[in-house]
Design a protein around this ligand. Structure first.
Ligand code: ATP
Ligand code: MG
Length: 168
């Protein structure tokens, strides 16, 4: 169960196909704008949520929107893979700058499950990318304890149920 203050940045972290966006859509369906998605930012600037040529601009937009939300005191979910320490550090620092609770949700999902879920969806990332993401996930799980998150929730694939309450 996650009981979170209004001023929380909830950072999702996990491989492609691990269920981040599904989790976000499920738990934040009441106010979907709480979820800021890097894929959506990518699509907004180039009409293609898979175009890797626009990474820099995508993350500029992603961080810019998150910054504006935190400035406005809004509860925010950052939906990106956040598998690189540098990506997590940027989000951590945004939350720190605005005095936000820094929360990380790690999607600890196996390679087999990510591949299976990827296979069943419309837009596929492919096995090479997912294998790379799984290696980054293992590295992230080792690095995260030293990163000074206020809270870390590690979700396992057979137990992704959560109760999320945001203080009024
Ligand atoms: P990406 O990083 O590529 O955006 P993601 O982590 O956001 O991936 P989703 O798009 O949420 O992953 O999920 C990938 C596929 O897995 C979807 O088809 C979704 O329906 C399915 N899925 C997600 N979560 C679960 C779950 N808990 N159980 C079964 N299937 C799931
Ligand atoms: Mg997603």
């Amino acid at each position: 169960s996650m009981k979170l203050p209004r001023r929380t940045l909830l950072v999702l972290c996990g491989p492609a196909g691990s269920g981040k966006s599904t989790f976000a859509a499920r738990y934040f369906s009441a106010i979907p704008t709480m979820v800021v998605s890097s894929d959506y930012c990518r699509a907004m600037i180039c009409d293609d949520p898979t175009n890797q040529q626009v990474n820099r601009d995508t993350f500029d937009v992603f961080h810019y929107i998150i910054r504006k939300r935190l400035f406005n005191g809004r509860f925010t979910v950052a939906d990106s893979t956040a598998l690189h320490a540098e990506a997590r550090r940027k989000l951590w620092e945004l939350a720190f700058h605005f005095g936000y609770l820094k929360c990380l949700v790690v999607f600890n999902v196996s390679l087999a499950t990510c591949l299976e879920r990827d296979r069943l969806r419309e837009r596929q990332v492919g096995s090479q990318v997912i294998e790379y993401h799984i290696r980054l996930l293992q590295k992230a799980l080792q690095e995260i304890p030293a990163e000074q998150w206020d809270r870390v929730y590690v979700l396992n694939e057979d137990d992704m149920e959560a109760t999320i309450e945001i203080d009024p």
